[in-house]
Write a new protein. Structure first.
Length: 216
Protein backbone atom coordinates (compact mmCIF):
# COMPACT_ATOMS: atom_id res chain seq x y z
CA UNK A 1 0.00 0.00 0.00
CA UNK A 2 2.74 2.37 0.94
CA UNK A 3 4.61 1.58 -2.27
CA UNK A 4 1.51 2.15 -4.35
CA UNK A 5 0.84 5.45 -2.66
CA UNK A 6 4.46 6.47 -3.21
CA UNK A 7 4.25 5.56 -6.87
CA UNK A 8 1.00 7.49 -7.24
CA UNK A 9 2.56 10.47 -5.50
CA UNK A 10 5.60 10.22 -7.74
CA UNK A 11 3.37 10.07 -10.82
CA UNK A 12 1.46 13.13 -9.65
CA UNK A 13 4.71 15.01 -9.06
CA UNK A 14 6.00 13.94 -12.46
CA UNK A 15 2.72 14.89 -14.17
CA UNK A 16 2.65 18.23 -12.39
CA UNK A 17 6.27 18.82 -13.37
CA UNK A 18 5.53 17.96 -16.96
CA UNK A 19 2.54 20.33 -16.95
CA UNK A 20 4.61 23.11 -15.43
CA UNK A 21 7.39 22.40 -17.91
CA UNK A 22 4.89 22.50 -20.79
CA UNK A 23 3.44 25.76 -19.51
CA UNK A 24 6.92 27.24 -19.15
CA UNK A 25 7.86 26.10 -22.65
CA UNK A 26 4.69 27.63 -24.07
CA UNK A 27 5.40 30.84 -22.16
CA UNK A 28 8.96 30.98 -23.51
CA UNK A 29 7.75 30.23 -27.05
CA UNK A 30 5.08 32.92 -26.75
CA UNK A 31 7.60 35.43 -25.44
CA UNK A 32 9.98 34.63 -28.27
CA UNK A 33 7.16 34.98 -30.79
CA UNK A 34 6.20 38.35 -29.30
CA UNK A 35 9.83 39.48 -29.39
CA UNK A 36 10.19 38.36 -32.99
CA UNK A 37 6.94 40.06 -33.97
CA UNK A 38 7.90 43.28 -32.18
CA UNK A 39 11.35 43.17 -33.78
CA UNK A 40 9.79 42.64 -37.19
CA UNK A 41 7.32 45.49 -36.66
CA UNK A 42 10.11 47.76 -35.43
CA UNK A 43 12.28 46.86 -38.40
CA UNK A 44 9.35 47.40 -40.77
CA UNK A 45 8.66 50.82 -39.27
CA UNK A 46 12.34 51.73 -39.57
CA UNK A 47 12.37 50.74 -43.23
CA UNK A 48 9.13 52.64 -43.87
CA UNK A 49 10.53 55.73 -42.09
CA UNK A 50 13.81 55.54 -44.04
CA UNK A 51 11.85 55.18 -47.29
CA UNK A 52 9.61 58.15 -46.41
CA UNK A 53 12.68 60.29 -45.56
CA UNK A 54 14.48 59.28 -48.76
CA UNK A 55 11.34 59.97 -50.82
CA UNK A 56 10.86 63.38 -49.17
CA UNK A 57 14.52 64.28 -49.74
CA UNK A 58 14.31 63.23 -53.39
CA UNK A 59 11.15 65.31 -53.91
CA UNK A 60 12.71 68.33 -52.17
CA UNK A 61 15.90 67.97 -54.20
CA UNK A 62 13.88 67.80 -57.41
CA UNK A 63 11.83 70.83 -56.36
CA UNK A 64 14.97 72.82 -55.48
CA UNK A 65 16.59 71.90 -58.80
CA UNK A 66 13.44 73.00 -60.60
CA UNK A 67 13.36 76.30 -58.70
CA UNK A 68 17.07 76.84 -59.42
CA UNK A 69 16.55 76.16 -63.12
CA UNK A 70 13.61 78.58 -63.24
CA UNK A 71 15.59 81.25 -61.42
CA UNK A 72 18.49 80.86 -63.83
CA UNK A 73 16.11 81.32 -66.77
CA UNK A 74 14.49 84.37 -65.13
CA UNK A 75 17.95 85.87 -64.49
CA UNK A 76 18.88 85.24 -68.13
CA UNK A 77 15.68 86.99 -69.26
CA UNK A 78 16.50 89.96 -67.02
CA UNK A 79 20.08 90.14 -68.35
CA UNK A 80 18.85 89.98 -71.96
CA UNK A 81 16.42 92.83 -71.27
CA UNK A 82 19.24 94.90 -69.76
CA UNK A 83 21.33 94.43 -72.90
CA UNK A 84 18.40 95.49 -75.09
CA UNK A 85 17.72 98.54 -72.91
CA UNK A 86 21.33 99.65 -73.15
CA UNK A 87 21.15 99.41 -76.95
CA UNK A 88 17.83 101.32 -77.13
CA UNK A 89 19.02 104.12 -74.84
CA UNK A 90 22.19 104.70 -76.83
CA UNK A 91 20.11 106.96 -79.07
CA UNK A 92 20.34 110.36 -77.33
CA UNK A 93 16.87 111.54 -78.33
CA UNK A 94 15.25 108.45 -76.79
CA UNK A 95 17.47 108.66 -73.73
CA UNK A 96 16.62 112.36 -73.28
CA UNK A 97 12.85 111.72 -73.42
CA UNK A 98 13.16 108.72 -71.10
CA UNK A 99 15.17 110.62 -68.49
CA UNK A 100 12.74 113.54 -68.66
CA UNK A 101 9.85 111.18 -67.91
CA UNK A 102 11.76 109.52 -65.05
CA UNK A 103 12.48 112.91 -63.47
CA UNK A 104 8.86 114.03 -63.94
CA UNK A 105 7.50 110.88 -62.32
CA UNK A 106 9.83 111.34 -59.35
CA UNK A 107 8.78 114.99 -58.95
CA UNK A 108 5.10 114.05 -58.96
CA UNK A 109 5.78 111.51 -56.21
CA UNK A 110 7.66 113.99 -54.04
CA UNK A 111 5.66 117.20 -54.68
CA UNK A 112 8.50 119.28 -53.19
CA UNK A 113 9.74 122.77 -54.07
CA UNK A 114 13.45 121.81 -54.07
CA UNK A 115 14.77 118.49 -55.34
CA UNK A 116 18.31 117.17 -55.86
CA UNK A 117 18.89 114.74 -58.72
CA UNK A 118 21.60 112.11 -58.64
CA UNK A 119 22.70 110.27 -61.77
CA UNK A 120 25.69 108.48 -63.26
CA UNK A 121 28.69 110.74 -63.84
CA UNK A 122 28.46 109.97 -67.56
CA UNK A 123 24.85 111.21 -67.62
CA UNK A 124 25.32 114.59 -65.93
CA UNK A 125 25.17 116.60 -69.16
CA UNK A 126 22.16 114.61 -70.38
CA UNK A 127 20.28 115.11 -67.09
CA UNK A 128 21.04 118.85 -67.14
CA UNK A 129 19.51 118.96 -70.61
CA UNK A 130 16.29 117.44 -69.19
CA UNK A 131 15.75 119.87 -66.30
CA UNK A 132 13.91 122.64 -68.16
CA UNK A 133 11.46 120.26 -69.86
CA UNK A 134 10.92 118.30 -66.62
CA UNK A 135 10.08 121.39 -64.55
CA UNK A 136 7.75 122.75 -67.24
CA UNK A 137 5.89 119.45 -67.58
CA UNK A 138 5.68 119.20 -63.79
CA UNK A 139 4.08 122.65 -63.49
CA UNK A 140 1.65 121.88 -66.35
CA UNK A 141 0.63 118.55 -64.81
CA UNK A 142 0.00 120.06 -61.37
CA UNK A 143 -2.00 122.90 -62.94
CA UNK A 144 -4.09 120.51 -65.03
CA UNK A 145 -4.76 118.07 -62.16
CA UNK A 146 -5.30 120.47 -59.25
CA UNK A 147 -5.60 123.98 -60.69
CA UNK A 148 -2.73 125.11 -58.45
CA UNK A 149 0.44 126.84 -59.58
CA UNK A 150 3.47 124.96 -58.30
CA UNK A 151 7.11 125.26 -59.31
CA UNK A 152 10.13 123.18 -58.39
CA UNK A 153 13.85 123.96 -58.27
CA UNK A 154 16.05 121.14 -59.56
CA UNK A 155 19.74 120.70 -58.76
CA UNK A 156 22.02 118.01 -60.14
CA UNK A 157 24.34 116.43 -57.56
CA UNK A 158 27.85 116.96 -58.94
CA UNK A 159 29.64 115.27 -56.04
CA UNK A 160 27.83 112.01 -55.54
CA UNK A 161 27.06 109.78 -58.49
CA UNK A 162 25.24 106.54 -59.20
CA UNK A 163 27.45 103.55 -60.12
CA UNK A 164 28.71 103.40 -63.72
CA UNK A 165 27.20 101.29 -66.49
CA UNK A 166 27.71 97.53 -66.20
CA UNK A 167 30.72 96.07 -67.97
CA UNK A 168 30.69 92.39 -69.06
CA UNK A 169 32.97 90.34 -66.83
CA UNK A 170 33.43 93.13 -64.30
CA UNK A 171 32.20 92.56 -60.76
CA UNK A 172 30.90 95.40 -58.61
CA UNK A 173 28.06 97.93 -58.32
CA UNK A 174 26.62 99.09 -61.61
CA UNK A 175 23.68 101.12 -62.88
CA UNK A 176 21.90 101.03 -66.22
CA UNK A 177 20.97 104.68 -65.93
CA UNK A 178 18.07 106.74 -64.71
CA UNK A 179 17.96 108.99 -61.68
CA UNK A 180 17.44 109.14 -57.94
CA UNK A 181 15.65 112.17 -56.51
CA UNK A 182 16.27 113.54 -53.01
CA UNK A 183 14.65 116.20 -50.85
CA UNK A 184 14.46 117.28 -47.21
CA UNK A 185 18.27 116.99 -46.82
CA UNK A 186 18.28 113.52 -48.38
CA UNK A 187 15.78 112.23 -45.82
CA UNK A 188 13.28 111.42 -48.57
CA UNK A 189 14.26 109.78 -51.85
CA UNK A 190 12.74 108.22 -54.94
CA UNK A 191 14.66 105.53 -56.79
CA UNK A 192 13.78 105.98 -60.45
CA UNK A 193 16.83 104.24 -61.87
CA UNK A 194 16.36 101.91 -64.81
CA UNK A 195 17.54 99.07 -62.57
CA UNK A 196 14.78 99.73 -60.02
CA UNK A 197 12.14 100.02 -62.73
CA UNK A 198 13.33 96.83 -64.42
CA UNK A 199 13.30 94.93 -61.12
CA UNK A 200 9.75 96.14 -60.46
CA UNK A 201 8.56 95.15 -63.93
CA UNK A 202 10.27 91.74 -63.69
CA UNK A 203 8.72 91.10 -60.28
CA UNK A 204 5.25 91.99 -61.52
CA UNK A 205 5.71 89.98 -64.71
CA UNK A 206 7.14 86.86 -63.05
CA UNK A 207 3.85 84.90 -63.01
CA UNK A 208 3.21 85.62 -66.69
CA UNK A 209 6.82 84.83 -67.69
CA UNK A 210 6.77 81.60 -65.69
CA UNK A 211 3.49 80.68 -67.36
CA UNK A 212 5.03 81.17 -70.80
CA UNK A 213 8.37 79.49 -70.07
CA UNK A 214 7.19 76.73 -67.74
CA UNK A 215 3.64 75.71 -68.69
CA UNK A 216 2.14 73.12 -66.39
Amino acid sequence: FILAEALEKANEIQKKGEEEFSIEVQRLVREQKDKLRQGYERKTKQIETQYAIAKSMAINKQRLEKIKARQEVMTKVSEDVKVQLVQVLKAQDKSLKFLTQLILQGLLMLLETEVVIRCRQSDVALVNACLKESTEQYAKTIKAETGATKAVKLTVDNKNFLPPAPVPGKVGPSCLGGVMLYCQDNKISVDNTIDARLNLVMEQAKPAIRGLLFPQ
